[in-house]
Design a binder for this molecule. Structure first.
Ligand code: CP
Ligand code: NVA
Length: 302
């Protein structure tokens, strides 16, 4: 049976192993050792939305593994002209060993995964961004030496892919999570309920002032995700007061780290001072997309 990664819940049982494998292969590769575990294998990468990190890190990752990646933009392939998602999945499965899909919707993601006979990895959809959150958890483990028991605070758009995957990912590894958003942008109930089932403290609030007290990790994401562009002006107004600045960082623990999956929009969800400040680990996160995804690909291809 093939194994997909569409939701964080798909790695509920081996998330820690994947993170540790990422850390191990990163070390190995940096020591100059080869990590060619997937010689001759091919990854097909379908992009329905823009990307810098996802595209480059998956492609470089396959090269490091001794394999190869093919970039498929929906502007160029027949999927963009109305070929069905199911047929696309069935055809690609005859050529490639694994598929990465950045999809407009979770519905399309599930359709592709259903049709494909090879593993499908989500490179983000409107509901979740699991590869990013696995890379982020790996980054937290590298900086803090552990995950369990840490306090994770996310400010900004609570109803987006990052907030949903953080809810599941943090709770799966035993981290407490607080989402701080205007009420209108609270996460979908499903993700809050699933996170609560995992026995950690899960809070959703619109109160910004004390929200970062005692935080080990303070994170945010853009207020205007891909697909939300038509609401840009409205959103910027509604998120006023949710900018992470030095004052909010100072209320967290002394050694708190700042995280952002990028791309960032300075002066909106975070100030440039914080994002490029001494507590920020945003470029470690970006780098760890590469190593975490190498571990994910190896795990799914087993
Ligand atoms: N964080 C992230 O997924 O970035 P890209 O959109 O550049 O891939
Ligand atoms: N929430 C953002 C993440 C970008 C990597 C978006 O979906 O646009």
């Amino acid at each position: 049976m093939k194994r997909d990664l569409i939701s964080m819940l798909d790695v509920k049982d081996d998330i820690e192993e994947i993170i540790d494998l990422g850390i191990k292969l990163k070390q190995k590769s940096k020591n100059g050792e080869a990590i060619e575990l997937l010689k001759g294998k091919t990854l097909g990468m379908i992009f329905e939305k823009s990307s810098t990190r996802t595209r480059v890190s998956f492609e470089v990752g396959m090269t490091k593994l001794g394999g190869h990646a093919i970039f498929l933009s929906t502007n160029d392939i027949q999927l963009g002209r109305g070929e069905t998602t199911e047929d696309t999945a069935l055809v690609l499965s005859r050529y490639v060993d694994i598929i990465m899909y950045r999809a407009k919707s979770n519905k399309a993601m599930k359709e592709l995964a259903r049709g494909a006979t090879v593993p499908v990895i989500s490179g983000l959809d409107d509901k979740e961004h699991p590869c990013q959150v696995i890379a982020d958890l790996m980054t937290i483990k590298e900086h803090k030496g552990k995950l369990k028991g840490l306090n994770f605070v996310y400010l900004g758009d609570g109803d987006n892919n990052m907030a949903h995957s953080y809810l599941l990912g943090c709770s799966m590894v035993g981290m407490n999570i607080r989402i701080v958003s205007p009420k209108k942008y609270w996460p979908e109930k499903y993700y809050v309920e699933e996170a609560k089932k995992l026995g950690v403290t899960v809070e959703v609030t619109d109160g910004v002032e004390n929200s970062t007290d005692n935080a080990d990790v303070i994170a945010t994401d853009t207020w205007v995700s891909m697909g939300d562009e038509a609401e840009k002006e409205k959103r910027i107004k509604e998120f006023q007061g949710y900018t992470i600045d030095e004052k909010l960082m100072d209320r967290g623990k002394k050694d708190a780290i700042f995280m952002h999956c990028l791309p960032a929009y300075y002066g909106y969800e975070v100030t440039k001072e914080v994002a490029h400040g001494k507590q920020s680990v945003i470029f470690d996160e970006a780098e760890n997309r590469l190593w975490a995804q190498i571990a994910i690909i190896v795990t799914l291809c087993k």
